[in-house]
Ligand binder design. Sequence first.
Ligand code: ATP
Ligand code: MG
Length: 664
Amino acid sequence: NEDVDSVDLSKLNEAQKQAVTAPPKPLAIIAGPGSGKTRVLTYRALFAVKEWHLPPERILAITFTNKAADELKERLGRLIPEGDRIFAATMHSFAARMLRYFAPYAGISQNFVIYDDDDSKGLIEDILKQMNMDTKRFRPNDVLNHISAAKARMFDCNTFPEFIRQRYGSWGYYFDTVHQVFMTYERLKEQSQALDFDDLIMVLAQRMEDRPELREMIAGLFDLVMVDEFQDTNFAQYQMLLYMTNPHYSGMNNVTIVGDPDQSIYGFRAAEYYNIKRFIDDYNPEVVFLDLNYRSNRTIVDSASALINDSPSALFERKLESIKGAGNKLILRRPFDDADAAITAAFEVQRLHKMGIPYEEIAVLMRTRALTARVEREFATRNIQYHIIGGVPFFARREIKDILAYLRLSRNAMDRVSLKRILTMKKRGFGTASLEKLFNFAEENKLTLLEAMKAAVESLLFKKLSMNDYLESLYTLIQTIQEIAEPSQAIYLVMEQENLLDHFRSISKSEEEYIERTENVKQLISIAEESADMDDFLQRSALGTRENNGGVEGVAISTVHGVKGLEFQAVILYYVTDGFFPHSLSVTTAEKEEERRLLYVAMTRAKEHLIFYVPYKQPWGNGFEQMARPSPFLRSIPKELWDGKPNEIESLYAPYSPQQKWSE
Ligand code: ATP
Ligand code: MG
């Protein structure tokens, strides 16, 4: 919502000015929430164009979400005509672009496809079944997490045992099996010329490490590299940046990072906030601290500071002051149960709205996605407009992935995940055994999957006529798509030939669901029409599967992770109870500290109104409700900052022993 209209430095405080105009050398900006870090990044890009005369496309800005990247581009585009040419991207989309661009130098196929989390999980499940493993004991999700954790630290399938020993100090049947799956997973992915999300970063970092000419070429593209939310980078991402921007490895040296160790909340994806310290050691940068908060009133800043100052881990001295007045006190609500909480929230939103706060400036934030359902229903019945941040992302929806499978296969005739999807999305007679037969047939005869389809028909690999007919028609269809340059044309063709509307109707449980799916297809076509070409389109769609870029109208309902870097007039923190903050799954001290930081991030999204929901009962497991205790983190907040019933406020501070029963 901020507006930068020129490099008007008068709109910055002294420390911000210093950061924006610092000489073109390594620079670290370390500061708390709402202190203008992202704003400084934008100004610095503008400053680099205006004052250093850098061409915008030679400025790389790495942001945490695709949405933030688009916003940055758009903002700069409004300020200077060529501003939208800045290279703004997420770590993953940046890595994907570089790998595609320099494929021959990185030794990978230019046509590689990107497997999203779902594709990877599916492949792992296939492998486990093939090995006759119990997928309850070896849950595909867990296996993928182990693989992902290894790759985030630059361990591949060969060095995996080393990683596990370092991490858990042990090795046994379980990890031995995971290791086998990992090896097969890599082999199949290589056959499919596919890279998963973690590969994008790890492979690029590995290749840059091994090939000086590659890192020189990549470094040579940029005059300034900037990274927002640096505290949430992992080791592999750090290495990727290091090879590209550290004078020890490349000719590049002008890098700016922005971060706040207290807002590090991606430990579960192997983010290491110590990377900020590491950056200081590796680059010897100029360091700028900002300590004025422009976002939130004093009550909010003071309560959040009290919370974080109780944390034992501080990498840097914390100092944060609001430039605003005390403002409203924190509001405490203690609804009875889930139903009561949802209704109270709906009234709350209406109350805030009547005060003149637009729905877009209100957020309901929660620890986990599972809590959204009841609130959504309540809002819907009362006609309160809302959108979900972090729901099923658009590009991860079934109908979208079904359509894209054909397009992906047309670009990469080796992509087995896509072929499997096509052959099994409708009843076509293809089951696990016949798929395996087809894949083996291709492997034995050294054919691409596309060639194998044709050869299978010719040699009557399958007895069923209908299966042969389908393979033949699919072969022709894919070949036709290969001739088509415009992604939208290809989509129309696939929809018609494959009768996909009928298919979408048959998988929909209601008319509304069907309509939603067709709306999504329309949306997909319009995105396709905006894409430069098929590769551009497919890349965007693969990288969009972790993010929901849906509507932005109405109240935002989101997990805390989903609103990183954002701000709202009013924030409702839903279920600030023990079990959600900290989450019951967090056990170690480090995990619990991450939960504290998560609450810190949540609180600091609010500008004026911060409202805590601490119900007496909370949903637990399969629809059961349990007595809930207030989050222990709330004890850090000074009592006088609260507005609420005195006995309810007191209840936040009531001592309890950890052994005490839930049903106290
Ligand atoms: P976070 O850690 O949550 O990402 P941040 O440090 O990136 O926060 P910004 O989002 O850049 O903070 O800024 C917070 C708000 O304060 C924005 O609305 C921004 O426009 C405003 N702001 C920052 N600096 C100034 C300033 N010097 N004058 C006026 N407004 C400012
Ligand atoms: Mg920011």
